[in-house]
Design a protein around this ligand. Structure first.
Ligand SMILES: *Cc1c(COP(=O)(O)O)cnc(C)c1O
Length: 507
């Protein structure tokens, strides 16, 4: 017996029944439970025939409210069975070929298995002493990503998503701009400006707000007729800021806009940033996957001139949520993020030659998931080239869907994407703009409520459009055409209903 314990009673009782926490005594229960959960899910994947159950919100609210949460205990098996019948039965299934709405992807099998692994071990990649090899694996993967972007020698960190990656990149840009300004922070901050187009992700404008920049901080740069940033307009905007004595804190280019999948002209934008050394952030949350494509890698030309890049692995790398990274060209720029706590990563130790590699020094998060393991296993299992082919397959599908819509008189299709979205509207020749516009949201809602197919909607240049986001390399043109037929049938139904109503009015 321990010397210390000889004089006191030990409150922990080794004879107590196995608990709920994962450890030596529960390892068998853990294995049995996970096998059962996985087998049930596998059955669902085999048999699911629509992206959702189509159950309406009132019924779902009732199901959720009916669970006596936290009252009596029902045991792990029953709890998971209940979750299967509540959550899995009424979830949205992104792998279904009729799910064509948002930027959600079907996920790579090895990544899903890795997710189970990292959840069980529960590594936190904040300090080295909580993660050991996990930190080294994440760092290796960040290095690999930087290399692929043409930013060899760069650094970065995994984040929860593009939103956080963009925030951190702009935070670093803000710190650099403020440090170069001799005035007090608040005074200097009032003059900071971020230049981007109206098509950039909303997290850019919200980051400016979170970073305490002024209301005028985000300067819109005009797009050209194609919808991409106009480099001449950017140069003019930069000249105007210089004349006004403002500080261009960052230019944000988008490599794959969320709505249209358009890539801003990166080489010309980098050229415009160069003379004044303006920070160039490239938001490649959506388009990042192109870095692995043999046929479309050239679309990211110029990204190697960025100061920072956002990449969402949970979009075009087929990773489970969450998995994203922010990459910076100069590792020293990440120092703006570092903060030292005596209990975690003391400053004195960080300065020493053999300092432990603490990723928390580079992250806005403290406790942080080891999401890197998912991409790691995916790259090992499938190889980067296969992932790149999968990106090409969804881009090819988008092009084929575009052609299909363009030759169909019932539909109008907008522009061409660099990636995999298709914007269109049901508008047969005799139908007025106002009617077609009004039907966009209705068609989306009717399909959504049916559970049979999901499409999105958005607004471009003041007009509403239906939107398909194609991220499923296994969906075929026939799958998408079947959804378009549903859109057509729904649109015709709405037109017939409107005709009936008009007739009723005349009678
Ligand atoms: C999806 C997206 C984001 C946001 O990423 P999250 O992972 O959803 O936080 C940012 N920028 C672009 C261009 C996106 O498409």
């Amino acid at each position: 017996m321990s010397e210390l314990l000889q004089q006191v009673a030990d409150p922990s009782d080794p004879a107590a029944p196995p608990g709920a926490l994962l450890g030596a005594r529960t390892a068998g229960d853990y294995s049995a439970l996970l096998h059962e959960v996985v087998d049930r899910l596998a059955d669902r994947f085999r048999t699911i025939n629509a992206p959702s159950s189509g159950m309406d919100r009132a019924a779902l609210e009732e199901l959720v409210a009916a669970v006596p949460l936290g009252e009596r205990s029902i045991g792990a098996r029953a709890a998971l069975l209940e979750a299967d019948e509540l959550y899995a039965a009424h979830a949205v299934w992104f792998h279904h070929p009729s799910y064509l709405a948002h930027l959600n992807c079907p996920v790579a099998v090895p990544a899903v298995a890795a997710e189970a692994m990292l959840a069980a071990i529960n590594t936190s990649v904040d300090t080295y002493d909580q993660s050991l090899v996990g930190t080294l694996m994440e760092q290796r993967l960040i290095g690999w990503t930087a290399d692929r972007l043409g930013l060899a020698g760069g650094d970065g960190v995994f984040t929860s998503g593009g939103t956080q990656s963009n925030l951190q990149a702009l935070f670093i840009a803000r710190e650099r701009a403020l440090r170069a300004d001799p005035r007090p922070r608040l005074e200097a901050a009032a003059d900071l400006r971020v230049l981007t187009t109206g098509a950039s992700h909303f997290s850019i404008a919200r980051s400016a707000l979170l970073l305490g920049l002024g209301e005028q901080a985000v300067v819109p740069v005009a797009a050209d007729a194609s919808g991409r940033m106009d480099p001449a307009a950017l140069r003019e905007a930069l000249d105007r800021l210089a004349a006004e004595g403002r500080t261009p804190m960052a230019v944000v280019a988008t490599a794959g806009t969320t709505d249209r999948g358009l890539i801003d002209p990166l080489p010309a934008i980098a050229e415009a940033c160069a003379p004044c050394g303006t920070w160039l952030h490239v938001d490649a949350a959506y388009g990042g996957g192109l870095m692995l494509s043999a046929r479309r890698r050239h679309l990211l030309e110029g990204i190697d001139r960025a100061d920072s890049v956002t990449v969402d692995f949970h979009k075009t790398f087929f990773q489970p949520v969450s998995s994203s990274a922010v990459i910076v060209r100069r590792p020293a720029d990440l120092a703006a993020t570092a903060w030292h706590a005596d209990y975690l990563n003391p400053a004195a130790e960080a300065a020493s030659a053999d300092a432990e590699p603490n990723q928390v020094d580079k992250s806005l998060q403290t406790t942080r998931r080891f999401d890197a393991l998912k991409l790691w296993t995916t790259l090992r299992a499938l190889g980067a080239d296969r992932l790149g082919e999968m990106v090409d397959e969804v881009c090819d599908l988008a092009a084929a869907v575009h052609d299909l819509l363009a030759q169909d008189r019932d539909f109008t299709v907008l522009g061409r994407t660099d990636l995999s979205t298709v914007l269109f509207r049901f508008q047969p020749p005799h139908v007025a703009d106002g009617t077609a516009d009004a039907h966009v949201a209705l068609i989306r809602r009717i399909l959504f409520q049916s559970g049979r197919a999901m499409v999105a909607r958005t607004v471009v240049d003041g007009r509403p459009w239906l939107k398909l986001t194609l991220l499923n390399p296994e969906a075929t043109l026939a799958d998408v055409a079947a959804v378009l037929d549903l859109v057509r049938a729904t649109g015709r139904g709405l037109l017939a209903g409107a005709d009936l109503a008009a007739e009723g009015g005349r009678r």
